[in-house]
Design a protein around this ligand. Sequence first.
Ligand code: SN0
Length: 319
Amino acid sequence: MKYFTSVNDIGNLQQAINEAKSLKNNPFAFEHLGKKKMLALVFFNPSLRTRMSTQKAAFHLGLDCMILNAFNDSWTIETKDGIIMDGKAGEHIKEAVPVIAQYCDIIGIRAFANLQDRDEDYNEILLNSFKKYCDIPIISLESSIRHPLQSFADIITIEEQKVVNKPKIVLTWAPHPKALPQAVPNSFTEWMKKASVELDYEFIITHPKGYDLADEFYSNCTIIHNQDEALEGADFVYAKNWSSYTEYGQILSKDTSWTINTHKMALTNNAKFMHCLPVRRNMIVTDDVLDSSQSIVIQQAKNRIYSAQTVLKRILESM
Ligand code: SN0
């Protein structure tokens, strides 16, 4: 593996899950692999779980790790070609990336959507510039449209927690005060589509009108606009806010009747509650659900270590 930027890089799901579970049981089994190698994590946006879990995964593999908070520790980076740099940006991506690449063996990059220009975001400009301007392995730590390490951790968690052979998984939109990217629901959807085929999952999306995802993710999905109906018999409820794709970056609803509460959970098959975190309490989900034993958000966050570790291990093995 050289790149990990979407579900297309993971191969067989069951194999990847087994590999992650075995690393969880024996985290230091491959600590020789990363010896004398350096991982750089470059963040253009804030992070808690991604930063710490990936660092922990690197530690398990004997990899050293450097972190650059490119949004405040370093220069503002220009990505457009042929531009006169008389504005805010002090450094061009054409120098920044090859320089960073000389200091390390693998680069992880986080670059959220700006939610202004849909084409720019959906072309994953920053992530692709890293691929373009250096020749070392690249891992997405959440791009403008995908968060594959999160979705991989989500699937590991579902496999650990499922009590039926064909779990019903419902991705539900929920209200939020800020406009958020579509990266998490896009990614979760593309991983669930693969899991529907390879692991026999049933996957349903529910959201208010105007929150359709981009076709490349949304096509062939089952959509139920009535949230109560969608939640019926669910084994896993995955809540997440996202801003509109069609009216790009807009908040079209803050309808709190979409907040996950005990009445909503009562419609399910004693479902587990999932969220990628950070979560806004009593906006996305009420305290009583999040503080109950049905919530598995903390277990989910733990598996971020093993999704990252599986990916790093595969990259190191192919170097
Ligand atoms: C990000 C998102 O893509 O939705 C990261 C999720 C892993 N979430 C946020 O930016 C939430 C920020 C907030 O203020 O609630």
